[in-house]
Write a protein that binds this ligand. Sequence first.
Ligand code: ZN
Length: 324
Amino acid sequence: MIVMDLEWNSGRYGGRLNEILQIGAVKMDHLGGRVLDTFCAYIRPRVHKTLSPAAAALPELALAQKSPLSFPEAMEQFRLWWGEDREFAIWGTADLMVLAENLRYWSLTNCLPDHFYDLQAAFAIAASSANSPALEPAVDYCGIPETFDFHNALYDSLYTALVGSCLKAEEVAAVRRVPGEPARKEKVVTRLGLPIKKNGVWLGPFESTEAALNSRSSRRGECPACSRPVRTSVWYSDDGQIFYAPLSCPTHGPYILRLETALDKRKRLWIFPEVGRTTSANQALLEMAMAGSTWQCTALHTGSRSRRKRRRKKTDAPEESEES
Ligand SMILES: [Zn+2]
């Protein structure tokens, strides 16, 4: 099993080519097995004279810029290194597409495997995530120590292999992909069985989990039947990442507000609120969360309330009974 990762530069203005700057890979006897060997090649850029923001932020950019290797030379080394192994695992589908794009650009024969395993999709299944999770939060989720910098192709391929080791065989088998073939449109199953009404898009970024849980926008869940806005004052979570709150419409009765949280590449926190009906499956998820931790929200009108408090404190001052 070859676990591969690439870093590339699209140039400041995009266009022509996603020019590969680094190829990193680890060879394992099988996913979850021993790491047998590693591969790392930095590639001197020849196409783009400018850098995309993502490429400019690469920690080892200078090593690519100083590298003696061209893409065809690095690719030849890579192909010799992987040898007979035809099983590839990759985080997402972009890397293999970019590799094929670079092979075409340099008029090299396409030596890529006829299938690969998309571990990002497998992780999304395992973590019941509706979106495509980034590698960094996935590493964090699996409790893997963050020993190396991210956004280095070799280290990212190692992290991908380690996340892959946390996955079940059937989760990996479910994400076998053929390059170039559009990913099968699988129905996304969120933990909240039936999302009735999404409150919109990802909101954020927030400074902290506390700030996200206290925000007016996260606490608001409209009744699925009449859209009447109701706000929660308490959250429950058994994993610290997905939060649930029981809400109730005076006309249509109880329903559930679910808040998914995620970190982006810059470790900024985003939230995705949605509501669902109180089905038995959803009720079970809520009860699991309620058996976990409870977050009590702060009062919504803290400004005027603290002013009132201060005033009251002034008039109470002569007694000084609370001071000690
Ligand atoms: Zn209602």
